[in-house]
Design a protein around this ligand. Sequence first.
Ligand SMILES: Nc1ncnc2c1ncn2[C@@H]1O[C@H](COP(=O)(O)OP(=O)(O)OP(=O)(O)O)[C@@H](O)[C@H]1O
Length: 298
Amino acid sequence: MIAIEHVTKKYGKTPAIEDVTCTIAAGSIYGLIGYNGAGKTTLLKTIAGIYRPEEGRVIIDGRPVYENEELKQRLFIMTEELYFLPQATLHTMGRFYKGYYPNWNDRTFERLLAIFNLDPAMKISGFSKGMQRQAGILLALSTRPRYLLLDEAFDGLDLAKRNLMKKLLERYVKEKNAIVIISSHNLREMEGMIHNVGMIKDRRLFFHSSVAELKRSRVKCRFSCALDLTEGDLQGAGLRILHQEDGFYTCIAEGDGAVVQACITSLGGENIQVLPMTLEDFFLNEKEPETYDLEDLF
Ligand SMILES: Nc1ncnc2c1ncn2[C@@H]1O[C@H](COP(=O)(O)OP(=O)(O)OP(=O)(O)O)[C@@H](O)[C@H]1O
């Protein structure tokens, strides 16, 4: 289990994340979401013991992670900027990691090389961006970490490789009872894969929940209405507009489906359809509307 206890991490005097608390159970995939600059990378690096928090602590299997070499040998963090030794090939990186990670497995490495179809003798610097990310995940999984932290893991991967990576992560977590924490802006990619989701907003872990509970506790509906409903009308009834076009409204609301539908009917809504809610719906629902002044720009 990973326990994040009241963690605050600052750069200089400015906090990047504040008072973050949550626990992540073994055998689960945790999705970390948030805007650019929200603090996802900072939190991942703090969990990995790279950063020492100014306040609070990260406890992994009962022990603080910071300056704990033994724990770090069972933890792998793949950051956005991938790190490979200068002039390295996958073979040299494999040997490098084998020397540090006691759980390194040659067979997993060879099998993944074949699956990803990467040349282990070629310099990694000659790989494309997507191939470098594949190389990163291949090495990460070959160390067979108990805790795998992936920052923007899908960045640069084509559709087939994104699907492959999802399958690999799901299988790995299930078979090894591992913990994967994955940050991504691509909520569609995380859909169906993550068990728990946390959203960082205003430096804090403003929301976290199991995905199942998140979907149980909210309803997404599409309905028509002859009246011209304003955002205020809908907000007053606890509904938030996701989309509005030609007298049709798609809204999301917290609460029981029957209660939400009754509420829509009381506003004059008709032809109510309950739709499956996606993570993207939730994220957009929680996002403050953005306005940009684009006049006289060009
Ligand atoms: N090395 C650093 N020195 C000073 N400030 C930093 C540093 N790294 C990050 N920050 C600041 O901390 C905040 C959180 O950054 P972080 O990289 O953790 O966000 P993020 O959620 O990963 O962003 P993105 O989605 O854009 O990758 C930002 O305001 C950023 O400017």
